[in-house]
Design a protein around this ligand. Structure first.
Ligand code: SF4
Length: 275
């Protein structure tokens, strides 16, 4: 998971401007969702309403959160659709999601997420359902909007290349816990947690392979992490990674490791980070 770029600080790790979101009543949460925190989902066809035109779907948040009339909201929504690369001249606001391509649908989802100018956008694998060239365009668009509108982006992804190019801070999560975190460049330069190392080791090294046939991906097995992620009911009180970890010692199976500081801002949840 990566976070980029503006307002990641200690407070945001558990609190939202002094409020624990988990304790807020539903009514208060509804004022935040889609307004101050919004989400870009990974599959735009399921994220969009198939029976509403795209113009209305973008305008709806403005009607709900900003008290705009339907007409004012539609006008504002149209500007935002222009901004995400769907100009009104080419893409009618009365089209339905099934009449758009995958990339266009994801642009509509981004427009819905940003129309109320939230402080935080959570993008959950926003390019998984798209082909590679469209993926790049969508990520470039999200990064551009986040910087221009002074928003923070929380990017949830398993793609380490996407993390490297689009984030300032990264959190590596395993079995629901943060196992390593820090500035993206520092974590990439110095991988510490055995799980983070395993993730990086499983990336095919295509550059070296191109010059050395014995290392060609076809001629060697991909490195994998042995075992599997435990189900939530199988988790023990020790380190969740213990069953799969080559460094594990007795203590790892009975105690949960605390954060250990590696360098400024870079920390890891492991008893034996230096081994
Ligand atoms: S705490 Fe132990 S089991 Fe967990 S990652 Fe570190 S060495 Fe491995």
């Amino acid at each position: 998971m990566g976070i980029s770029p503006v307002r990641y600080d200690r407070e945001w790790r558990s609190l939202w401007f002094g409020n624990n979101l988990l304790n807020l009543p539903e009514k208060e949460l509804c004022k935040i969702r889609g307004n101050r925190i919004s989400m870009v989902f990974q599959e735009p066809m399921s994220a969009l309403n198939p029976v509403q035109p795209i113009g209305f779907q973008v305008a709806e948040s403005l009607i709900l959160h900003k008290n705009l009339s339907r007409h004012q909201a539609q006008r504002q929504a149209s500007k935002v659709l222009d901004r995400v690369g769907l100009p009104a001249k080419k893409i009618s606001r009365s089209l339905y999601p099934h009449q758009l391509s995958g990339g266009q649908r994801q642009r509509v989802v981004i427009a819905i997420a940003m129309v109320c100018e939230p402080e935080l956008i959570i993008a959950d694998e926003p390019t998984t359902a798209l082909d590679v060239t469209i993926q790049e365009q969508i990520l470039a668009l999200i990064s551009e909007l986040v910087i221009e509108e002074n928003m923070t982006l929380m990017l949830i992804t398993h793609d380490l290349g996407v993390v490297a190019e689009n984030t300032d801070q990264m959190l590596v999560m395993y079995a629901g816990r943060i196992v390593e975190k820090g500035p993206t460049n520092k974590v990439f330069e110095h991988l510490v947690h055995p799980y983070t190392r395993g993730l990086f080791a499983s990336i095919p090294d295509t550059e070296k392979s191109a010059n050395d046939l014995s290392r060609h991906p076809k001629n060697r097995r991909l490195s994998t992490i042995p075992g599997r992620v435990p189900e939530f009911w199988e988790r023990t009180k020790g380190c969740s990674f213990a069953d799969r970890c080559s460094r594990a010692q007795a203590k790892c199976f009975s105690e949960l490791p605390d954060e250990t500081r590696i360098s400024n801002g870079h920390s890891v949840a492991c008893f034996f980070p230096w081994e």
